[in-house]
Design a protein around this ligand. Structure first.
Ligand code: C5P
Length: 224
């Protein structure tokens, strides 16, 4: 079978990463979580007190940042490294989730991330999830999926996920973060989140992860 590019875009918290990761492992493909890259840049800016509006400082910072993925056999997944250090856990905090849509709207940040992503996909056989994969990073992807789900259901899922990591957050706060991110991601000037004209829509409100994985694998088999 030819190795294809699977682009999964959609709203925050509808199960994109979990589904994409499982699909990749089922197909023997590489999985790349592009949200993790924007989160890592945000972490770096916050840690180094780089203002999100100071463009010269941002350019300077980007020149010193290295972002890479390394396979962790314990979690059976690729984990994000910022300047050689594993930051997979830090980037999942709500503090980062609140700031990342602002950072991801900065054109210089997007340019750098998109270049890294295109390089990662040059040998194909890849599942990439994010907001602009089917529209900007790989407009030629053979399979594009646009995932969405009811905002309240997404908030409940995210709350459970954070709880399992020991972070207790009120549902209202998470719902507000999800709504805000949806709004910022879909209305920004640079590569806004939107369904590519050739993307298939998948509403995961009432689907389990396993059902989502089967749906994507089937869509993939129909393509190759
Ligand atoms: O997927 P995740 O929720 O980790 O993404 C975090 C944020 O990163 C999104 O809300 C969005 O602002 C940004 N992002 C993006 N483009 C991508 C992936 C993520 O702008 N391809």
């Amino acid at each position: 079978n030819p190795r294809i590019i699977i682009a999964i875009d959609g709203h925050s918290g509808c199960g994109k990463s979990t589904t994409a990761k499982k699909v990749a492992s089922h197909l023997g493909y590489i999985y790349v979580d592009t949200g993790a890259m924007y989160r890592a840049v945000t972490l770096y800016f916050l840690r180094n007190h780089i203002s999100f509006t100071d463009l010269p400082a941002i350019d300077e910072a980007l020149a010193t940042i290295s972002i890479s993925f390394q396979f962790n056999p314990e979690t059976n997944g690729n984990e994000i490294h910022l300047n050689g250090v594993n930051v997979e856990n830090e980037i999942r905090k709500l503090e980062i989730a609140n700031a990342v849509p602002v950072v991801s709207a900065i054109p210089a940040v997007r340019r750098m991330m998109v270049a890294i992503q295109q390089k990662l996909g040059r040998n194909r056989g890849i599942v990439m999830d994010g907001r602009d994969i089917g529209t900007k990073v790989f407009p030629e992807a053979e399979l594009k999926i646009f995932m969405t789900a009811d905002a309240l259901i997404r908030a409940e899922r995210r709350q459970l996920e954070l709880q399992q990591k020991g972070e207790v957050v009120a549902l209202a706060e998470i719902l507000e973060n999800i709504r805000k991110r949806d709004h910022l991601d879909t209305t920004r000037a640079e590569s806004p989140l939107r369904q590519a004209s050739d993307a298939e829509l998948l509403d995961t409100s009432f689907m389990t992860i396993d059902e989502q994985v089967r749906w994507v694998v089937r869509a993939c088999e129909n393509r190759i």
